[in-house]
Design a protein around this ligand. Sequence first.
Ligand SMILES: [Zn+2]
Length: 214
Amino acid sequence: MLYKVFDDLYAFFWTSHMENNCNTYLILGKENILIDPGHGHLFDHVLQGLSSLNMSLSQIDAVLVTHAHPDHIEGVLQFGSGTRFGISKEEYDFILDYTAGKVNLPEPDLYLAEGELVLGGVHLEILETPGHSPGEICIYWPRHKTLFSGDLVFEGSLGRTDLPSGSASEIKESIRKVAGLEIDLILPGHGGPVQGRQEVRNNFQEIEGLFKYL
Ligand SMILES: [Zn+2]
């Protein structure tokens, strides 16, 4: 489901309960940035979203992934060499190591590391947020006080920590770290958004209440 969040931000929410796929987000600017392209076999979801915006894949200048789980990353293979691929170095090394080099991924053009990332005049902040996956990152967009939270936090819940190299203690620390940002909108990797400063605060409180079960 394509949803216009702001003039320069679209969300492609994955609403099917039949198959697992992630939400994809599109930032429009001098460079167009796509976050988390999703599963390869479900990539039509992204193509349909782009085509309803009269856009083609070749207009995507950079595709960034929050982490390397297949439901977030496989779609990067759909892009040509004109699209830059960004991932954290730790996550890239992890997935190569975990799959003994068998994963089919392009060489990264950008390593996403803690700090500012400017692409085509769009100022983003990368936060290293391990726990669900060892090299997961969140992307914060100060212009809209929006957090692309990957599988770190969702509406009313948090990412699994029982997957390879997941860590309950790290995810708690990572969540507390992003909770300190000024956030008006959380756009997570799965499920619906969390909108509004107070709703975001309540959501972090609710998640904090789940920490004792980890
Ligand atoms: Zn994941």
